[in-house]
Every structure is written in C-alpha cells, then in structure tokens.
Design a protein. Structure first.
Length: 199
C-alpha cells in the first residue's frame, strides 16, 4: 500500500482538503451547528478546544498513522465537518476511516456518502488498501446505521475498549470492507447519490 499523503479529494458538491491550523475557525463554527460537543458518543471539540484537536490530528499525520481532512461545502466554501484516515498499517495494507462529524445542518444529507465514497475510492484505487475499517461507540446508533448504509460489514464488538469524554468506558463496534467488495459497493453508492433522496 502506498503511504497516504495529504491530497485534496473533490466531487461536485463536497471537497476534502488536508487539515491545517487555518481550518480551526471554520471547524469551530461547524461544531456550533448543533452544539455537537454535547453528544456523549462523539469526540467533537468543545468551544476553545478546536486548536488542540487540530494539533493532535496533525501530530498523528506527522507520526504516520493518520491523515486528517476538513470537509468543505463547495458552493459556499465553508468548512462543514471533518474526517480522516487513521490506524494506517501499511504492512498489512489496512487503514480505517473515522473521527467523522458534520454540522447538524449537513447530517442526513448527501455529504457523508459523498465524502466516504471519495475516501474509499482513494484508499482502494490509489493507495492500494486491501481493507478499510470503521469503528464507533456501541451507543452511537446513527453512526452504526451510516456505516452500514455504506456497505461495510460488522466484524464484531470490542468490549470495554475506549474511554468516553464523560469518563465512562465504551464498547466499540468494528466494521470493514475489503478490496474485493469495493466494486459492488462503489456502484451502489454512486446509484444512491444519483437517485432522489428519501428521508
């Protein structure tokens, strides 16, 4: 697998830019859309914490196990959320997609499907990944449904796995998609994006 390097990934409506410190203000505004830091099952930075959040993501990039992106609405040029590759293990041609969140106005829209399509296409078709994984809190049912809609398969649950911000310890639900499954999943996601949305 090729080493994931900062790159811009773009579709007609959404652009994924490499995260930089210049995105702090835009990400703070996106997190305010719905006061996302109050959600128990996510790790969205609270007001005043976004600079540290970005710095930690960029350290992960420099250490070689993360590649963070900021999700930009193409029409307005505004940051509407963030996502990243993480747990990059080139020796086994595996990476995960996570740390994903969007302002409330953009949830349950085309944005997540479009962003994940861009990330998976780059991972499988450019980097040569053999497996893309996801993980989420056992109580983050919206995230689990979103991952399953992407075509990922549930691998299992890691019990008592990671701390939440409130001090409790979560179980982590693990999902994955293999390179062999990607062509069919890609075709389905393109179909989903092309057809009228049903809510």
């Amino acid at each position: 697998m090729e080493k994931p390097e900062p790159v811009t990934l773009a579709a007609a409506s959404v652009r994924l830019e490499p995260m930089t410190p210049a995105h702090v203000t835009g990400l703070e505004a996106a997190a305010r859309d719905g006061e996302l830091w109050n959600l128990r099952v996510t790790s969205v930075p609270a007001p005043g914490e976004t600079a540290a959040y970005v710095a930690a993501a960029l350290k992960g990039r420099d250490d070689g196990h993360m590649l963070p992106f900021v999700v930009i609405d193409t029409a307005s040029g505004r940051a509407i959320g963030t996502t990243r590759y993480h747990d990059i293990v080139r020796a086994v041609e595996r990476l995960e997609i996570g740390y994903t969140w969007y302002g409330r106005s953009w949830q349950r829209s085309h944005v997540n499907t479009t962003a994940k399509l861009l990330l998976m296409q780059h991972a499988f078709e450019t980097l040569g990944a053999q497996l893309v994984g996801w993980r989420t809190d056992n109580y983050n049912f919206a995230s689990q449904r979103a991952i399953e809609r992407l075509g990922a398969r549930k691998d299992g649950v890691l019990r008592h796995h990671a701390p939440r911000r409130d001090g409790t310890v979560r179980d982590t639900v693990m999902y994955s998609l293999t390179a062999g499954e990607w062509p069919e999943v890609k075709a389905h996601l393109l179909y989903q994006l092309a057809k009228p949305r049903e809510d």
